[in-house]
Design a protein around this ligand. Structure first.
Ligand code: 0O2
Length: 228
């Protein structure tokens, strides 16, 4: 894991080694590329907002608690190209990286995650590239989320262009756990013992938060059963 400061410094070093002409060309190309990703991210966000709206009218409830979007920073993109040993060019970034544009959907219940993922991927302009189901198969540290890499078209003046977006769907409990775990992961100066203890406790918290999600889902199923 590369710290933010190291990533920034690596990026500054990389920039300072380029000529003015190279820098100008790179900046222009990257601006255009990032605008494609921004548009695709907005498209996916809108698709989820539309689904939430339709659900709230038809079923009087919102499956989505909140939606967050983010574009990967240039420092982070550069660091990933170095790690993957691929060129830092527009073509290589488009071909090899699939998480430049990210949309995170925070759901009320686990079932809503799968329902929304199905709704999105069955839309005829959405191509599903890959699915990583860390809810059915959590990471060893306890991380849970459903990840989808999708490709959608954006319509430019003279061209239709397919752009990749990473969609992460998770419950409120999974989001709380992931945010805290992410923050604590950067506390590098822990002793070996405390690090091991922290990892075990975080895993325990992940299990507790999963129990909470399953219980909440169960309560909702019972309540909905009453109304059928
Ligand atoms: P950021 O700032 O959130 O974008 P990749 O590295 O993408 O080629 P990988 O590692 O297989 O391949 O991707 P994966 O497993 O789909 O995970 C990508 C993203 O999921 C991460 O993005 C995190 O957002 C999230 N994630 C995955 N594992 C964990 C985890 O253990 N804890 C937390 N808190 N989040 C996780 P980035 O690029 O790391 O960061």
């Amino acid at each position: 894991m590369v710290k933010n400061m190291d990533r920034k410094q690596q990026f500054i070093d990389f920039i300072s080694e380029r000529s003015d002409a190279e820098l100008k060309e790179m900046t222009d190309n990257m601006k255009i590329l990032m605008s494609y990703y921004r548009c695709a991210m907005f498209e996916i966000e809108t698709k989820f907002r539309v689904l939430n709206e339709q659900f709230s009218i038809e079923h009087e409830r919102n499956p989505i608690e909140s939606i967050k979007t983010r574009l990967k920073s240039l420092e982070s993109i550069r660091e990933k190209t170095v790690r993957k040993e691929i060129p830092f060019t527009v073509q290589s970034i488009e071909d090899n990286l699939s998480d430049i544009a990210g949309v995170r959907v925070i759901c009320s219940f686990i079932d809503d995650i799968y329902m929304l993922a199905d709704c999105l991927t069955s839309q005829d302009d959405v191509r599903l590239i890959c699915t990583k189901d860390y809810i059915k198969d959590p990471k060893p540290n306890g991380y849970r989320s459903l990840h989808l890499i999708v490709e959608i078209p954006i319509f430019l003046r003279n061209e239709k262009r397919f752009v990749k977006v990473e969609v992460q769907l998770r419950t409120i409990a999974m989001e709380t756990w992931a945010r805290l775990e992410h923050r604590m992961r950067y506390k590098k100066n822990l002793s070996k013992d405390l690090l091991k203890q922290t990892e075990n406790e975080l895993l325990e918290c992940a299990e507790l938060s999963n129990t909470l999600d399953l219980k909440m889902q169960d309560i909702r199923n019972k309540i909905e059963g009453e109304y059928i």
